[in-house]
Design a protein around this ligand. Sequence first.
Ligand code: ATP
Length: 368
Amino acid sequence: TGPEVVTQRKAAVSVRGLTKTFGEGEYAVTALDAVEVDIRENEFFTLLGPSGCGKTTLLRLIAGFELPTHGVIALEGRDISALPPHRRPINTVFQSYALFPHMTVAENIGFGLRMLGKPAAEIRQTTERMLALVQLEAMAGRRTDQLSGGQQQRVALARALAPAPKVLLLDEPLAALDLKLRKNMQLELKSLQAETGITFVFVTHDQEEALTMSDRIAVMKSGRILQIGSPRDIYDRPTHRFVADFIGDINILDGTIESLDNGIASVRLKDGTAVLAQPGTATAARPGAASIAIRPENVRLAQAGETPTVSGTVENVVYFGAATNLHIRLATGEQMVIRNPGAVEEGRYRPGATIGAVLPPELIRVLE
Ligand code: ATP
């Protein structure tokens, strides 16, 4: 199955059959492989995936810095595939802010507007609005090499937003900031997007950042989009083993789909236990070998008298302040983690003890 394409809301950017190959013959690299996606108007959309999966290439194609090998990019329904970058109502913020060090903050912000030949009064007004938006009014006259990293990033954002692009592309814009500043800027960026109503396409390889900021996320691997969905969709209802593994912690067990009833799979685990599970995609809903997945926080310990779904031996109890993880080894040899098992007082669970765990069927996914 291809990725989900949603069209209830007007698409700001539509990408169809987009393929990008670098190099030729035996040296050819397919950076993007028939990518399809609709990015909606006013949406904070994130491209998430490991290094080399094609995130930057997709962004550069949307910006027009690269031309597609195959496929079409449309903006509000108009094919822009052949337009040069400066003719597209799209702006980009890079990880390296690329500010002009010899110009003041205000001059940097107004730069794009001057290039567009806007009248001086309009440039001044917009610059003031942008300074207020990123809370740098007091810094207007400073040279940008006299600013902190976070302030420089805000100038870069203001400069990119000043010409009011329809779409703002952001390529790991927070990667150079330290963790604390990065967390602050994540929230700032998110509210900036909401305030301006501009469609943001944000690239990151940080899953937590993607979950925190995005309206929707596209998870990419090897030049393809595997799943598109809200942070909740991606976290609670992953479709692929890769997506499940890439985002958060998850328990994955091997089994065999024996039958399907009304879309629910009956899966035989390696120890002979049968469990019911929810297939994430049509491809996952086929009899035969299958992987099932459940988040550690969705597994609970069996109570007295209750029949556990699986049993195992406690190997480790890992306490980290906000949560406790119980690592157990199942009879099948597979490992399972249970987060915040009930009553986690010190010394309650000892390595070597046998315990039973309950896996609620509605929270078990069958992965592609
Ligand atoms: P990162 O997070 O490391 O920036 P990415 O997901 O943005 O990675 P891309 O930079 O889009 O990945 O690269 C995708 C693939 O295309 C990689 O295998 C990369 O080596 C290759 N690639 C990208 N640009 C070029 C180029 N100009 N010439 C040859 N190969 C390229």
